[in-house]
Design a protein around this ligand. Structure first.
Ligand code: SF4
Length: 400
């Protein structure tokens, strides 16, 4: 099983409790991005296109723990940017594990071998290594040769030390189902505990805008992959109903509040993928976001989205409502031959709004306002050098 039985029971219990209590919207996974800085610059990434002053910002240990306390989700995925660039990451992880949260630490694994000693295997902890396919596919996706080999070496080392390791595989237009299926065989043979997969979201700030999948292509690609996987023992960390959705068998609407995102900007509206505004608190995010403005059919930027951060929670909630349905899909796998489920109409979606520049400008002003004014130079008879050195101190935010 890709997810330990105890984790499935605890998370399942949490979901059932929310349903029984009648809570309409609740978080399942807290997405934490304590920094945007990364040591790669992938063509399909829309997360790191910020001025240096913003890339140098970090959420502190306390801010991360406070985000957990506010949100209360049973699972926490720490992403970025590259989380292993954050000096206090071991402390953040320890703090969350002490609260018995299931922590997935997402990483491109370039620093994983070096940082492995800072972490301990724990039933609540898993590495989640970014691997977008076999060696050629992944190195092309991250725009750098040699990254796949380093990631695989790190995965092997982490497994040898007793860590749980899953991989996160994002697929783009042009992916060959046979190669993807062979890659899934390969990672299973490597001993990884689970695979998380999804199509890439068409981030407006991603350098490569030509290789994002539309919905029809996504469904066909996953059908073709899952057909090749029949009878194989691929272990996915995702709900079987989410995989069934990817293969075109469910007409799901997204559940953006299921995986709320906290970044250095605040709580991102409406979801992990779209930054259309920010709330200061989790309660404000949940109560003041106009949720009906978003989702496929409602908003142009959502038209092709089929990403787990929006739909995995929908699938989990569907499983509570229709346990017999999930049991069937878990037993026989996603349907790959019958006609697909109807698609959501895009006829009434509202046009895209572009608010990135506004948010960046606001954040830059905020950073400038928080900077301490430089101390006036000390009057000294020796030399001006010491005064100058004082004024050139590295800002705390850039300490990494
Ligand atoms: S469809 Fe939902 S999850 Fe996807 S970008 Fe839109 S709001 Fe976010």
């Amino acid at each position: 099983m890709a997810v330990p039985i105890m984790q499935a029971v605890r998370v399942g219990g949490y979901v059932v409790k929310q349903h029984i209590s009648g809570r309409k919207r609740y978080p399942l996974v807290l997405m934490l991005e304590p920094l945007f800085r990364c040591n790669l610059a992938c063509a399909g990434c829309g997360k790191i296109d910020y001025p240096a002053a913003i890339l140098n910002q970090r959420l502190s240990v306390q801010e991360c723990l406070d985000a957990d306390a506010e949100c209360g989700a049973p699972v926490i995925a720490i992403a970025g940017g590259e989380p292993l660039l954050h000096k206090e990451m071991p402390e953040i992880v320890r703090g969350l594990l002490a609260r018995k949260k299931y922590v997935y630490l997402c990483t491109n694994a370039l620093l994983l071998e070096k940082k492995l000693d800072d972490y301990k295997p724990d039933p609540f902890f898993s590495w989640d290594v970014h691997l977008d396919g076999d060696q050629a596919m992944h190195d092309s996706s991250v725009c750098q040769d040699g990254v796949y080999d380093r990631a695989v070496a790190a995965i092997r080392k982490a497994k040898a030390r007793g860590f749980r390791v899953s991989i996160n595989c994002t697929l783009f237009d042009g992916a060959d189902p046979k190669r993807v299926a062979a890659f899934f065989d390969e990672v299973m043979a490597m001993g990884v505990d689970g695979i998380m997969t999804a199509p890439g979201y068409a981030y407006e700030r991603a350098p490569d805008q030509e290789h994002f999948l539309n919905r029809q292509k996504t469904k066909q690609l996953f059908r073709d992959i899952f057909r090749l996987g029949k009878g194989k023992k691929w272990r996915f960390t995702q709900s079987p109903l989410f995989l069934n959705f990817l293969a075109g068998n469910e007409t799901y609407h997204c559940t953006p509040w299921g995986k709320p995102l906290r970044t250095v900007f605040g709580w991102q509206r409406p979801c992990y993928l779209l930054g259309e505004g920010y709330a200061k608190t989790f309660d404000e995010l949940m109560s003041d976001t106009k949720w009906d403005d978003y989702g496929t059919g409602n908003y142009e930027k959502c038209a092709d989205c089929m990403v787990h951060s929006g739909y995995e929670s929908t699938a989990v909630m569907d499983a509570v409502r229709r346990p017999w349905h999930i049991a069937k899909v878990a037993l026989f796998g996603p349907e790959t031959e019958k006609p697909m489920a109807p698609e959501i109409s895009l006829a009434n979606q509202r046009p895209a709004q572009y608010v990135y520049a506004e948010h960046v400008e606001e954040k830059m002003k905020d950073i400038a306002a928080r900077k301490k004014p430089a101390k006036p130079p000390r009057v000294t008879t020796v030399s001006g050098a010491s005064a100058q050195a004082e004024q050139e101190a590295v800002p705390v935010d850039a300490a990494d």
